[in-house]
Design a protein around this ligand. Structure first.
Ligand code: G2H
Length: 252
């Protein structure tokens, strides 16, 4: 179901003590004045997931992993399977983040496999995608986003989309301080919904949450979130400080 969502992608930040502290602060911050229907998600590193799950218990905060491997098990040194995540009591995973695509060679094809493996294990997915600067400059951004969606997700059935949240993250706006304008975000989010509608129909398109990610901060969150097709945000840098993250959650 389409929901308001604010998710914090902690990337490779926060040790175990810092994880405990940040969860505690966010918990306190979201106790008041946060719409009960708004979902609040944090994605710490693998090693801190267990701690985060325990600390977030009986609170509004849900915990997600930042990645997983597509195979069930085997000789994949350093990797983590979907089943390992669910065995922790986790039910959410981020897939396709641009840093995974760029630094770890994750292609649309690999991501399609990860998506299937996650769904087979009943994990809900936050699926990230977005164009790089050259694509935008050459006005290929719609084409690129469409192919990321098609190649990463269109092997699925319509019902699978009820377990998927999309996160549009223009790569040129990630951690750069540069944000897509609220109009640029809205334009792309509307396009994304249209692409989904063409393939899977209006019901699926209308019910999917589409988050914006890329240098969202307290100062720009409200305007971005006010756009009709923006259902929330995937927050990086600003999710590492409880005050900023909570302020962003309250802007929705
Ligand atoms: C995009 C975002 C979180 P930041 O990567 O996924 O990070 O808000 O730091 O641009």
């Amino acid at each position: 179901m389409r929901k308001k969502i604010v998710a914090g992608n902690w990337k490779m930040n926060k040790n175990i003590d810092e994880t405990k502290k940040l969860i505690k602060q966010i918990k306190k911050g979201v106790k008041k004045k946060v719409d009960k229907d708004t979902r609040v998600i944090v994605a710490p590193s693998f090693v801190n997931l267990n701690t985060a799950i325990k600390r977030a218990k009986k609170s509004k905060i849900e915990v997600a992993a930042q990645n997983m491997h597509q195979s069930k098990s085997g000789a994949f040194t350093g990797e983590v399977s979907a089943e390992m995540l669910t065995s922790l009591g986790l039910d959410l995973v981020i897939l396709g983040h641009s840093e995974r695509r760029e630094y770890f060679g994750e292609t649309n094809k690999v991501l399609a496999e990860k998506v299937s493996a996650a769904l087979d294990n009943k994990l809900e997915i936050i699926f990230c995608f977005g164009e790089v600067l050259e694509d935008r400059k050459s006005e290929n951004h719609f084409k690129i986003v469409e192919s990321q969606l098609k190649e990463g997700l269109f092997h699925l059935e319509g019902k699978d989309f009820f377990n998927i949240t999309l996160a549009y993250e223009p790569v040129w706006a990630i951690g750069t301080g540069e944000t897509a304008s609220p109009e640029q975000a809205q334009e792309m989010h509307a396009f994304i919904r249209e692409v989904i509608a063409k393939e899977y129909g209006d019901e699926v398109a209308k019910s999917i949450s589409i988050l914006y990610g890329g240098s969202v901060k307290p100062a720009n969150a409200k305007e971005i979130f006010s756009k009709a097709d923006v259902d929330g945000g995937l927050i990086g840098g600003a999710a590492l400080k409880a005050d900023d993250f909570v302020a962003i959650i309250k802007s929705i």
